[in-house]
Design a protein around this ligand. Structure first.
Ligand code: 6PG
Length: 249
């Protein structure tokens, strides 16, 4: 776990860390892959990547971009995670459009059918599945997540069937307490296939779920507690989000 003095520092430091991780993954595999998150903290990190002079150390044409969750809204809606990620970063770096894999919008080929959109995304992931993982998802070098006030991560909310999913890699999610109510999300088994999972969150409202997750809460109660990477699980917090942790953090 790393605790930064402020949310601004967290965003800048996480951006530096992400650039380095992508550069390192490209040195090892040629192509790097990242799974993006929605939310203010996650988008703030992408903005800091855009602002960093070191961003050009990444060969953006060889980065596979996926999303951990999406708000099921029309294409281009300003609340879509895809729209926000494009504005914050992807529109400003030379990514290969073929390597950018957004989840479907609610006015696309699946219309308002979130299950069909989720099943399609599962197929996209399966098509690129890596032999390194035992479920049908690609090699994810870094999977970014935010954390909600009641402990949700991606669009997996407490006490829902979605957080308990063990078969599917992607689900349509309904009746979400955080708007919009309909979303698409990777499941915990898909998240856990990532090499590195970074949970990034800021602000006092996140202090309780962070403390509960790190104390070993059950994922059904605090979904963020169930998010971990195969090789690394990294919590990136600001001081306020870390304020309920036992002394010494
Ligand atoms: C979303 C998310 C969600 C988010 C958290 C934290 O699309 O809403 O992916 O899981 O990351 O709710 O959001 P904030 O950083 O804005 O608090």
């Amino acid at each position: 776990m790393v605790v930064h003095a402020s949310g601004e520092l967290l965003a800048a430091a996480a951006a530096a860390r992400l650039i380095t991780a992508l550069v390192d993954a490209q040195a090892e595999h040629g192509v790097a892959s990242v799974v993006l998150t929605g939310g203010r903290t996650g988008i703030g990190v992408l903005e800091q990547v855009r602002r960093s002079p070191a961003r050009d150390a990444v060969d953006w044409s060889n980065v596979d971009v996926y999303w951990g969750d999406e708000r099921f809204l029309p294409d281009g809606d300003p609340e879509r995670n895809e729209t926000q990620a494009r504005e914050a970063l992807l529109d400003h770096v030379p990514v290969d459009p073929e390597r950018v894999h957004p989840m479907a919008p609610s006015d696309g080929r699946f219309g308002a059918d979130a299950e069909a959109a989720a099943a399609h995304y599962a197929e996209v992931l399966a098509t690129k599945a890596s032999p390194a993982t035992d479920i049908a998802v690609p090699r994810f070098d870094v999977l970014l997540l935010g954390v909600g006030e009641e402990g949700h991560t991606a669009s997996l909310f407490p006490d829902t069937p979605y957080v308990k999913e063990v078969e599917r890699t992607v689900v349509g999610v309904h009746d979400c307490p955080k708007p919009p109510p309909t979303r698409i999300s990777l499941t915990l088994p898909a998240i856990r296939a990532a090499s590195e999972v970074w949970l990034m969150t800021t602000g006092a409202a996140k202090a309780e779920p962070v403390a509960a997750a790190l104390a070993g809460a059950q994922p059904v109660d605090i979904p963020a507690a169930g998010a971990r990477g195969r090789n690394k699980t990294l919590w990136l917090l600001d001081a306020a989000a870390a304020s309920e942790l036992p002394t010494g953090g």
